[in-house]
Design a protein around this ligand. Structure first.
Ligand code: TMP
Length: 397
């Protein structure tokens, strides 16, 4: 049974940056109520009512995975490791974005699946076989017919976006070779609870996974987990190594130990999630109080990164231009637009943070190491970052 534990109020679609602010665009903006549930049968944490994926993954999709050095490095490392460990001859990526993972493979060795047409066009142009579609059983059958069984299927920050997980995993079962592996990574619910990073909940993150939930869900599609990794990416992610029930892989000891760790953290109990929701409320109160205090002193505050995650914070905490003057973002097609819901203007960073800025809210807190390196001058002249995880705090030199 699913039970709501968190209510993040009215939220827009995070990827719907507004080009103009006027009566018409404001009236047209879509909002939904973002509440989060825990299912005591599967241990899965999901949004109560997912938004229609056709409204989210359009030909205007803004996020470009290759724009962060951290992610470029991460994809390079994982592709090298996967090639060494599994020696795949035929690989497929679900949710290939702008090709940041694909580029580590030879063109004839990899197939891309990407429903956002603007992104699919990018990888097609680069010469990768790209299916501009959602990952479904129908597509998987088509791919199996054409290419036979796949040795490796990979997905990063994609599977948690898909409402119907049964369809995803059944589709994997169809085109995966008997001894093929399915490797996927997504933000980890254990890290969200630990870091109080409630901004991991937004329309695209339909679910947040644990080992406990994933072990149960994969069973229905005759799949099983044989290994896992915990990652730093996106503020704490989990990577699952999955195979068919009948395959040769033996389960690593680490998997059993990790399950015990999750039980100790209470990931199988509703009350753990309920307690988290109280910490979220406290975080909102403290962030608003800090921003108001800084503003009263006449200081200038911006947001570093107009990330999807920050949209959850700004809309939940009701933070607009009265508290945050503008946001900077390196993503070209966010620049010149306005953040969804709260309509904070987005600028190009133009090098470093401007001299007259006193505080920068870390909208992209998951890249804090990369950002601190880039913004040494800001810190040297006394500038401070505002960070909301794990507690509201200021980061200086
Ligand atoms: P993400 O957490 O969903 O990847 O979003 C991070 C956003 O932050 C993305 O739009 C790019 C932006 N960003 C910057 O503007 N400057 C930076 O230095 C980094 C690392 C990210």
């Amino acid at each position: 049974m699913k039970k709501v534990f968190l209510n993040l109020l009215k939220q827009p679609i995070t990827n719907s940056y507004l080009s103009k602010i006027n009566k018409k665009t404001i009236k047209k903006e879509f909002f939904y109520n973002l509440s989060v549930t825990y299912d005591n049968k599967t241990h899965l944490v999901s949004l109560s009512k997912p938004v229609n994926p056709k409204m989210q993954f359009t030909d205007k999709y803004a996020h470009r995975a290759s724009q962060s050095i951290t992610m470029l490095k991460s994809f390079k490392k994982i592709s090298k490791n996967l090639k060494k460990r599994f020696k795949p001859k035929k690989t497929l990526e679900i949710g290939s974005n702008d090709g940041v993972f694909l580029k580590n493979f030879r063109k004839k060795e990899i197939i891309a699946v990407e429903p956002c047409l603007n992104l699919a066009r990018i990888t097609k142009k680069k010469g990768y076989l790209t299916y501009p579609e959602f990952w479904t059983k129908k597509l998987s059958k088509k791919i199996f017919k054409k290419h036979n069984g796949l040795d490796l299927i990979y997905a990063a920050n994609t599977i948690c976006h898909i409402p119907n997980l049964r369809e995803v995993f059944d589709a994997i079962s169809i085109s995966l070779d008997k001894n093929g592996v399915f490797v996927f990574e997504d933000p980890y619910i254990g890290a969200v609870l630990k870091m109080n990073s409630y901004d991991q909940f937004y329309d695209e993150h339909v679910h947040l996974f644990s080992l406990l939930s994933m072990s149960k869900l994969l069973k229905d599609s005759n799949l099983r987990i044989f290994d896992i990794d915990l990652l730093d990416t996106h503020g704490g992610s989990i990577r699952f190594y999955v195979c068919k029930n009948i395959s040769k892989f033996t389960v690593k000891k680490k998997v059993k130990l990790f399950k015990k760790r999750e039980i100790k953290q209470g990931l199988n109990k509703f009350k753990t999630y309920k307690k988290f929701s109280l910490r979220v409320k406290k975080s909102k109160k403290e962030l608003l109080s800090l921003l108001k205090k800084i503003k009263l002193k006449g200081k200038k505050v911006i947001s570093y990164g107009a990330s999807y995650k920050s949209a959850t914070i700004f809309n939940y905490c009701n933070i607009g231009t009265e508290l945050i003057e503008y946001a900077t973002d390196t993503t070209k097609n966010k620049q010149g637009k306005f953040t969804p819901g709260k309509h904070i203007p987005i600028r190009s960073p133009n090098g470093e943070i401007e001299d007259n800025v006193d505080y920068a809210f870390l909208g992209a807190w998951n890249f804090v190491k990369e950002i601190k390196k880039k913004e040494k001058n800001f810190l040297k002249r006394g500038g401070k970052f505002i960070c909301h995880v794990p507690n509201i705090k200021l980061i200086g030199l």
